[in-house]
Ligand binder design. Structure first.
Ligand code: FPP
Length: 229
């Protein structure tokens, strides 16, 4: 088997797609697919820590997901709420700094308070910065940045980046999407300009550490020339 060499990767971002189809395949309710998807986050993050990846962003809920039925949205928000209660020990054991990007204003106050509190943990000495994209839209992020800087002249790329929600995070080196869909779905539109993209046929609940390592091995084989030769 090829040896993994993840030293060229600082940031891995994952579009966790396929929870619903996983549930349908097993004749379960979609909510059970999301629960199974949630349960798959920690093992994958632990493997990313093992691979010494410093930044991990997980696309958990897009702004467009608001079009889903009320019950499904409520279920996802409840899963988020429960996981914020249960994850404290894991965060400390693994020395994770957990933060969020996206528009959190529609979440109940009790959840945003938990997010604020948890994001203070391991802020300085984290082994990994784990970023959950929630109610996130790449276009909105760019649009909000432009609205805030509109009076400035001759804005540079670096300056615009400093207004994005990801301002303190390097661009993703590798973006993985599970669920056999070949699209970006409004995720990190600015930041993905030179990301390597990896699409897995596996549905997110069945995406394993081995699948992740296959994605990293594939990344290592790619030649990144950023437009150069
Ligand atoms: C896409 O699958 C997945 C989502 C919209 C939600 C992702 C959420 C989790 C992995 C669990 C919850 C996470 C947190 C942080 C609370 P889909 O429902 O679009 O699947 P489908 O395309 O098969 O229908």
């Amino acid at each position: 088997m090829d040896k993994i060499n993840s030293q060229n990767i600082q940031h891995v971002a994952i579009i966790m797609d396929g929870n619903g189809r996983w549930a349908e395949k097993k004749e379960l309710h979609r909510s059970q697919g999301h629960k199974k998807g949630l349960d798959n986050i920690l093992p994958i993050v632990e493997e990313l820590i093992e691979q010494k990846i410093k930044y991990v962003t997980l696309f958990a809920f897009s702004t467009e997901n608001n079009k889903r039925p009320y019950e499904e949205k409520k279920n996802l928000i409840n899963l988020l709420d429960d996981s914020l209660d249960n994850i404290n020990k894991k965060i400390d054991d693994n020395n994770i700094n957990l933060t969020f990007i996206g528009n959190l204003s529609s979440l109940p106050k009790k959840i945003t308070s938990k997010i604020q509190k948890i994001s203070q943990k391991n802020k300085c000495a984290s082994s990994v910065k784990l970023i959950i994209a929630w109610n996130y839209s790449g276009r909105s992020d760019i649009l909000n940045a432009i609205r805030r800087i509109k009076t400035k002249q001759n804005i540079t790329e670096k300056e615009l980046e400093s207004y994005l929600m990801t301002h303190n995070t390097p661009d993703p080196d590798l973006i993985i999407r599970t669920g056999n869909q070949i699209r970006i779905s409004n995720f990190m539109l600015w930041q993905s300009a030179y990301s390597e993209l990896y699409f897995s046929k596996k549905l997110w609940p069945e995406f394993t550490k081995k699948d992740l390592n296959n994605a990293i091995l594939e990344f290592e084989k790619r030649k990144r020339n950023y437009g150069n030769v």
